[in-house]
Design a protein around this ligand. Structure first.
Ligand SMILES: [Zn+2]
Length: 196
């Protein structure tokens, strides 16, 4: 089922190549429908992100983490101007706060990271500074939230298929397609072993 969806997606993408595939996104799939209704997620961040996607994502690229958060019943709010942090998750209020002073790709990653804290059942409220998002962060919860965010915004399946199809060759193009930073995309491709 999922394979078929991606197969069709790739075909649609190839047909569109040269048109607007580096634009704001494209609708390549039918809506998901029949997604998992499970409210308990795996403790593995990668598996949990896939479960979350199958439940709330309609297959549109780029993945919209703000929309998915709302679909999951979370409130997405803007942090105070002088917050001094990128984002935080307040479990008791089911609320994610995002620092709107940061770049859009940054805010998208922050949102995905905070959804990770929610889905992975991290108990206390986090205030995430820049260090929390660093690949050098060794706090297990922060690392898990980052792994969740990477799978949410750059799902293994479409990314791997796109790269292997040979249709998309530059990191820059992929970064725009998935609406992430080039640094995040490079890191992700290295992690998946699909870097060129
Ligand atoms: Zn965090």
């Amino acid at each position: 089922m999922r394979f078929l969806r991606w197969h069709n997606a790739l075909r649609a993408l190839c047909q569109r190549r040269g048109a607007d595939i580096t634009g704001m996104g494209f609708m390549a799939f039918d809506s998901v429908g029949g997604g998992s209704s499970a409210s308990t997620y795996s403790t593995s961040p990668i598996t949990a992100a896939r479960q979350f996607l199958s439940e709330y994502w309609d297959g549109t690229l780029p993945v919209n983490p703000f929309l998915l958060a709302r679909r999951a019943g979370l409130v997405v709010a803007t942090a105070d101007v002088n917050a001094g942090y990128s984002g935080r998750y307040m479990r008791a209020h089911r609320t994610i706060e995002i620092n709107a002073n940061e770049s859009e790709v940054r805010q998208r990653f922050t949102c995905a990271h905070e959804i990770g804290h929610h889905v992975l059942n991290h108990e206390h409220a986090h205030r995430d500074s820049l260090e929390a998002f660093s690949s050098r962060n060794f706090d297990p919860k922060e690392r898990a939230a980052n792994q969740f965010a990477a799978e949410l915004l750059m799902p293994t399946d479409p990314l791997t298929r796109l790269v292997r199809s040979g249709q998309i060759v530059s990191v820059d193009e992929l970064a725009r397609m998935f609406k992430v930073s080039q640094v995040a995309m490079t890191y992700r491709m290295n992690n998946l072993g699909i870097a060129r």
